[in-house]
Design a protein around this ligand. Structure first.
Ligand code: ATP
Ligand code: CA
Ligand code: CA
Length: 431
């Protein structure tokens, strides 16, 4: 059994924070969604709104379980971004707050950020440092413009920027973004690639204990792997990476990576239990109350009930096939209302292709993540110190122009159709 993340329940140290985050999101997102749509203005980018929640409630905010303050940033910009990224407003709210369940992936990076998955694994909440928060606000116009011009951008899709403040005055900033990995498919291998080799190695001997570990550049090179795309997908992919990297360079961003999850279609889904969320829609199945029922005594809202009824009706009317994936007892992919985008259009990912552009055996789930590190003072210091003992361009903290060039060069070098890769290997063996 593989458990992805720790369920955040009443006994979890971060239960109150998580509850407050979701309560705040529910309120501010409903609030902006209730208004008539309007085009964005300059002021929308700088907008911020403060709300106070308490157990009694007041004319502005509903009552909540705990006292806390909540701040919402640029709500109109994020509403427009969610639309651009093809999110259904009701679905977004449902996923995040229909049940107060999150799973926490205890700080997987060294930055100290916390990651929470929405109950259905569609969204990730990442806590960010104050500096990253200020930076996102500063670049929001450029980000918006980039998304407008590049609806298929591979850069993290930001859906909201908020802050909670506890009664003790601790401020926690966080973003809501897309989970690159699908709730409905096993990811057999994960890589976080930067195009640098120094310190970019997951110790192979620890892999046995942790088969799902995120591997890095050196592990990738050691495996002599490629991103298998034929000419058409190769062009699409590299053109987008290039445009995205140009933006990141322009904004003096660095330290980002290509996050890559590989689903091997020949292995399929076997050992993954992430998908509890879909149990509720299984024909004849009932919700797993033991896992999810006790979090917060709350009966489903009208909207939730209507949606569940809608899903069930689809099953009954056979609008969607009901056969479950035999190996995993899970619903077919048609259940996930997917927007047909270029890189997330093949079952939520981007399927490998051969030299003749025929489909291959794996689906890649990929995107450019961790894009809020500005090349500021801290990084300059790191560059200086690490640069003393390492060859200069291999240190991961190099200035943004060089970082982006190296990143793009590395990624371009990985993209080869299986046939091309085989020819290259043959050539090397001859030498
Ligand atoms: P650091 O700055 O030390 O690299 P961080 O706290 O900023 O760490 P990230 O690099 O953003 O964290 O992410 C760490 C890991 O979390 C990734 O390697 C990946 O496994 C997972 N992760 C982050 N963002 C996503 C995403 N959008 N979808 C799926 N997984 C993600
Ligand atoms: Ca990172
Ligand atoms: Ca980071």
């Amino acid at each position: 059994k593989v458990v992805v993340g720790t369920k955040v329940d009443h006994n979890h140290v971060n239960w109150v924070t998580a509850y407050n985050m979701l309560t705040g999101i529910r309120f501010v997102v409903s609030r902006v969604n209730a208004k008539m749509n309007k085009p964005l203005t300059d002021a929308d980018f700088d907008a911020k709104h403060k709300f106070s929640f308490d157990i009694t409630g007041n004319e502005l905010t509903p009552s909540a379980k705990y006292d806390f303050k909540f701040k919402d940033y640029s709500p109109w910009v994020f509403r427009h971004l969610r639309t651009k990224f093809g999110l259904d407003p009701a679905d977004y709210l449902m996923s995040l707050t229909s049940k107060y369940i999150l799973s926490e992936l205890g700080s997987p990076g060294k930055s100290g950020s916390f990651f929470y998955f929405s109950r259905d694994y569609k969204y990730i909440i990442k806590t960010i440092h104050h500096g990253e928060h200020l930076f996102l606000r500063k670049i929001l116009r450029d980000y918006w413009k980039h998304v407008e011009e590049n609806p298929d951008t591979l850069i993290s899709q930001f859906y909201g920027l908020h802050r909670v403040k506890t009664p003790f005055g601790r401020k926690i900033h966080f973003v809501v973004m897309n989970n690159l990995f699908p709730p409905h498919r096993d990811i057999h291998q994960t890589f976080d690639l930067k195009g640098s080799t120094i310190g970019r190695d997951f110790k192979e001997e620890n892999l046995a204990d942790n088969p799902r570990a995120t591997l890095k550049d050196l592990n990738w090179l050691r495996r002599d792997m490629n991103l298998n795309f034929g000419p058409h997908k190769k062009d699409l992919f590299l053109q987008q990476v290039e445009r995205d990297v140009k933006l990141l360079q322009k904004l003096h961003i660095m330290d980002y990576s290509l996050l890559l999850g590989i689903h091997d279609l020949t292995r399929g889904n076997r050992d993954d239990i992430r998908n509890n969320a879909l149990k509720v829609f299984q024909p004849g199945g009932s919700e797993n109350d033991e896992l999810h029922g006790s979090m917060l005594q709350r009966t489903p809202s009208k909207m939730e009930k209507a949606r569940q009824a809608r899903e069930l009706r689809k099953i009954i009317n056979k609008e969607v096939p009901v056969s479950l994936d035999r190996t995993s007892n899970r619903l077919p992919d048609e259940f996930l209302e997917q927007k047909k985008t270029v890189f997330y259009g093949d079952n939520g990912g981007f399927r490998a292709t051969h030299e003749n552009d025929q489909p291959g055996d794996v689906i890649y789930y990929l995107g450019i993540i961790d894009c809020l590190t500005h090349y500021g003072f801290a990084k300059k210091a790191e560059h200086f110190w690490r640069g003393l003992s390492n060859p200069k361009d291999q240190v991961s903290a190099i200035p943004p122009q060089g970082y982006g060039d190296r990143f793009f060069k590395f990624i371009s070098g990985l993209v080869k159709s299986p046939e091309e890769a085989a020819r290259d290997r043959e050539m090397r063996e001859k030498v």
